[in-house]
Design a protein. Structure first.
Ligand code: CA
Length: 239
């Protein structure tokens, strides 16, 4: 995204970050070492990652939280990955799921795809391959159903993570983009501070109580003061 020379200087007061919208990924993997390494790589790539270490918890998290994509190991304690996947699909959960399978076990891959997996990666794998496949899955799943979102003068493209104000590109940091993404996806509804925090930081990363206020203030500077409304005691709203 280039800087439009017509854009007022205040729109580009911060360096551009990776244009990553609020992408939440659930990792269901019982191997602690592998999970930690993959989580670190996914976060580095800009994803917000939650992890479940067994099938029961993974199934529950996938049922109760809207993830943009899931990385699901098939060999899991308590409930197998295949069972987890079947439960989600029979319950109408449609998020893209990438399964992790043993490299040689082609029957596992077939079983996984038949149970509703969207893609697979064989172990051992490179984190970069998982990231590339996840991005492709998310692009595919958001391609038709996530058109550019428009509220007033603001247009937000969830697939590309770009924002324009009256047609002029606005450069946002990764976290500003996440806050804006959540608000745009729920336009017309109030989003609480804790909801926004959940989308910005998975798990228990450092959270300042005024963090959201700071991001909202910066967004207002770039998008106009009235772009985001404060609903006192409840949260924020766009539209
Ligand atoms: Ca396993």
């Amino acid at each position: 995204m280039g800087v439009d020379p017509r854009a007022p200087a205040t729109y580009v007061s911060e360096p551009a970050a990776t244009p990553e919208p609020a992408i939440r990924v659930l990792l269901v993997e019982d191997d602690t070492d592998l999970a930690q390494r993959l989580t670190a790589s996914l976060r580095e790539a800009g994803f917000a990652v939650d992890r479940a270490a067994d099938g029961d918890l993974g199934a529950y998290m996938g049922e109760t939280t809207d993830y943009d994509a899931v990385v699901l190991d098939l060999g899991l304690p308590k409930l197998s990955g295949i069972e987890v996947l079947r439960r989600w699909r029979s319950g109408g959960r449609r998020m893209p799921v990438l399964i992790l399978t043993a490299r040689s076990a082609w029957t596992e891959r077939v079983e996984g795809l038949n149970a509703g997996a969207d893609d697979y990666v064989g172990k051992p794998f490179q984190a970069l391959e998982v990231i590339a496949r996840l991005r492709a899955l998310i692009r595919r799943s958001s391609g038709g159903s996530n058109p550019v979102l428009v509220q007033g003068d603001i247009a937000f493209d969830p697939a590309g993570g770009s924002v324009t104000l009256r047609g002029v590109p606005v450069i946002l940091t990764a976290q500003e983009l996440r806050v804006l993404s959540v608000l745009m996806h729920r336009a017309g509804r109030i989003v609480s501070q804790s909801d926004l925090l959940d989308h910005i930081y998975a798990d228990d990363d450092v959270r300042g109580s005024n963090t959201i206020e700071v991001f909202v203030a910066r967004l207002r500077k770039k998008l106009g003061h009235d772009a985001i409304r404060t609903v006192r005691g409840l949260g924020y709203r766009i539209g």
